[in-house]
Design a protein around this ligand. Structure first.
Ligand SMILES: [Zn+2]
Length: 203
């Protein structure tokens, strides 16, 4: 090997070494281009967020009086007919409803299918938030809702087959109409009941 060749190899070797050494500095820590969820600053919404998963999150005191009356009657007639009634959600502050929408958007549009290494911590966090709030992929929370206006509530109502009230065969929806509420979208949101404006209750 000539001196020139030898120097050449040494040179290449040094270059490779410097690249190898410089590599860790050149590769930045993985970053996520998806922004974190906006912080909740409304005190009422913060209280709601803190009580998710407890009965405290169900606020019936801020429903309109007509809705609160219908809800109480609904629980009574369902129980009388042998059914079970589990109230999940009632009034929600607008800022809390906005938060639900933000969680849904962040998960569905930016993180659900995000495989980037730098985004996995945020993906886990928002995924947990999505599950904790019992959000559904098929349904984006609306910003102006029956909940924020105090005229809607979510309840899981189960009636036994062949349930009767005063000898009459009854279903969830028949009992709902009887007390002045109805389900606007049984297929996509089976737990949501909305007050029927007075004067429109049939029969
Ligand atoms: Zn609802």
């Amino acid at each position: 090997m000539s001196l020139g060749q030898s120097l050449g190899y040494t040179f290449v070797y040094l270059i490779l070494c410097s690249v190898a050494v410089a590599q860790p500095e050149l590769a930045p820590p993985p970053r996520c281009s998806v922004a974190a969820l906006p912080a909740i600053d409304d005190p009422e919404a913060l209280a709601f967020e803190a009580s998710v998963g407890t009965t405290e999150v169900v606020d019936t005191a801020d429903l309109t009086p007509a809705t609160a009356r219908a809800l109480t009657r609904f629980q009574q007639v369902v129980t009388s007919a042998g059914g079970t009634f589990e109230l999940k959600s009632a009034y929600r502050p607008p800022a809390y409803q906005d938060h639900l929408q933000a969680v849904w958007d962040k998960w569905m549009l930016e993180l659900r299918r995000n495989l980037k290494k730098g985004c996995q911590a945020l993906r886990t966090e928002v995924g947990e938030d999505f599950a904790r709030h019992h959000l559904m992929e098929s349904q984006r929370p609306v910003s102006y809702s029956d909940h924020t206006r105090g005229v809607g509530f979510d309840a899981t109502v189960i009636m036994p087959a062949g349930a009767r009230l005063k000898m009459r065969r009854v279903s969830v929806d028949l009992l709902a109409l009887l007390v002045g509420v109805r389900r606007p979208d049984i297929l996509h949101d089976p737990v949501h009941f909305r007050l029927v404006p007075s004067g429109r209750v049939p029969g």
